[in-house]
Ligand binder design. Sequence first.
Ligand code: GLN
Ligand code: ZN
Length: 763
Amino acid sequence: MSTPTPPTAKPFAATVLGAPRIGPDRELKRAIEGYWAGRISAEGLAGTAADLRRRSWQELAAAGLDSIPVNTFSYYDQVLDTAVMLDALPDRVAGIDDPLDRYFAAARGNAEVTPLEMTKWFDTNYHYLVPEIAPTTQFRLRPEKVLAEIAQARGTGIDPRPVVVGPITFLALAKAVDGGPEPLSRIDDVVSCYFELIDRLVDAGVEWVQFDEPALVTDIADGLPELAADVYGRLSAVTRRPAILVATYFGDPGAALGALARTAVEAIAVDLIEGSVEAVAAVPELANKLVVAGVVDGRNIWRTDLDAALATLGSLLGSAGDLAVSTSCSTLHVPYSLAPEAGLDDNLRGWLAFAAEKYTEVATLASALRNGRESQAAAFDASRAALATRATDPRLADAGVRTRLAACTDADITRTAAATRLAQQQEHLNLPPLPTTTIGSYPQTSAIRLARAALRSGDIDDAEYVRRMHAEIADVVALQERIGLDVLVHGEPERNDMVQYFAEQLDGFFATANGWVQSYGTRCVRPPILYGDVARPAPMTVDWITFAQSLTTKPVKGMLTGPVTILAWSFVRNDQPLADSANQIALAIRDETVDLEKAGVAIIQVDEPALRELLPLRNADKSAYLDWAVKAFRLSTSGVADTTQVHTHLCYSEFGEVIGAIAALDADVTSIEAARSHMEVLDDLNQVGFANGVGPGVYDIHSPRVPGAEEIRDSLTSALKAVDAQRLWVNPDCGLKTRNTDEVTESLTNMVAAAQAARTALG
Ligand code: GLN
Ligand code: ZN
């Protein structure tokens, strides 16, 4: 195949695949929310956005990168932006004239229209909007956004490399609606738009374009390598086009790497944190490509071992035609900069690199690759010195934790047979059939938020904070008694976040001051950093739960977050297997369950809403993950007596590949979402032989709508066809913290009435 390399495209040496966009102080969040609230005009919002883009490009250029990604900015999500670029928004928003309002309606809905579905971006904690492909979907190129950002970059003196989600990933992540075809069957129509796009990019003077194809590191569809060969074969056969970089990330592209290398694209980005050098060496066709080597971790916060990264780059020199240094993926997934983190001790600071620090690492490595390590001696020395302290810091190897874990056996993850346990628990708890309960949190009122802020600012002391939280707990307990629920909760008022709350109390975790990352849209999270061995210096929840229990004769559930979820929503250690970190956290949670039990708590819920999130992208890796995840959960819950009832909660109903693992958790009671139908969810569980208690959510807490008692009763009737009354629990589908007290009171009152009616019917 001839290689129609555009004459103007020069290889580059140092880049990143993308950058954060929320602003170092979440300026974009505030501007967008201000626009939604009518406080900020469209022009005001556009001004903030333009300013943030300019600052980001200038920062990348100043760090020494010689190719700058643009169009990685977004008002909400890059997949939604791609749907807009392909004119493929759903018909239901087509009537909204203003493009920005149409965009936000697709993103988050409004009084008339439901938004696109949102789901996780591969195995990250970023969420994208799922494009809908209907029978009527017509694709048409709408390049205004990318062209505008290119023009702005040029105006700023930046030579832009536009980044666009590639056609395969776009369709692989889309879903068919209204009986539409399987999305990937529309690939030719979409590729037509990309032909037009590359033509327009040449008009705009663009030398390089980056197409993001992370779908190529997954098994989400069959035949992806062949599709990559076909799509990029055709796109690269065009003679009037920019040079093309196809970016794979989040894993090893496998056969897709060779397939891409056999097309005429100029460059391929490979993730060398998740993927391997051997995979690159195995593809001889890379000898005439620019390999963009992702040796700086784009999604975790650890400082790069520069010697090791340089060695990796060196070993690629023989395989690649040319080599550029890059992050493994966009730095969208890490905080902006270490600069605001005043609370770090020197060792910990030395081990970390947020986005800004990573840009410097990339530039340092690129320079060392060209001019020798000596040219960057100071940076290499600093990297070595920091790593040396990480290797010897006692917090990373707690002998007590390690000895204890090494001594764990199957007995520590095994409880008595479930039926025996349930009989003993029932004797102890004496619950009616169809017991009613909730998932844990109650509305996070403004009083709660004010108290937390006042404690942080020093306006109130700990004693006053506890007094205010006790008042909240007392209210929630009284409310539940009035409503007539059978198993009560304390309402979780003291928890800002179900992971951070525990991370703040466990050794081995550090909570950042300003380490915000985008979760979705304007929603940002501040994941804790797991840097050391985990231990629990003191009980974390016992006082709150026992206080609640002291107010009622009904049982109050203890509420904990499980080890897999704590890991999934943190930045994790990269110096030991995830399973080891999971087990350490599990021991800490186990100690908490034992202390709760000692304090007289008879029911303990260990939430694992993230169990499915950590599922590996490749089918071959899934069973090993589920094996350690299940074991970690069981380690955390098997320390209690048979009479103690263990609950768990999972936030989804499409179990798919994790159904067997859910059963294997062996919780006494599992509450789950049941968005589809109760029967289906329960049938799925029955099919894998699950015979423990189950609480399929009887109403959707994500909506303000109050369900009627009749409708809940109907759900229960259908659930009772799949599960007998002894096993069926009655609860909403998730925590209530986002709802208001009126909605919660009405909904739960109806829920209890429905349960009572169903009991009466049972006789
Ligand atoms: N116990 C938590 C709550 O009720 C569970 C939250 C979740 O499932 N994400 O808020
Ligand atoms: Zn949930």
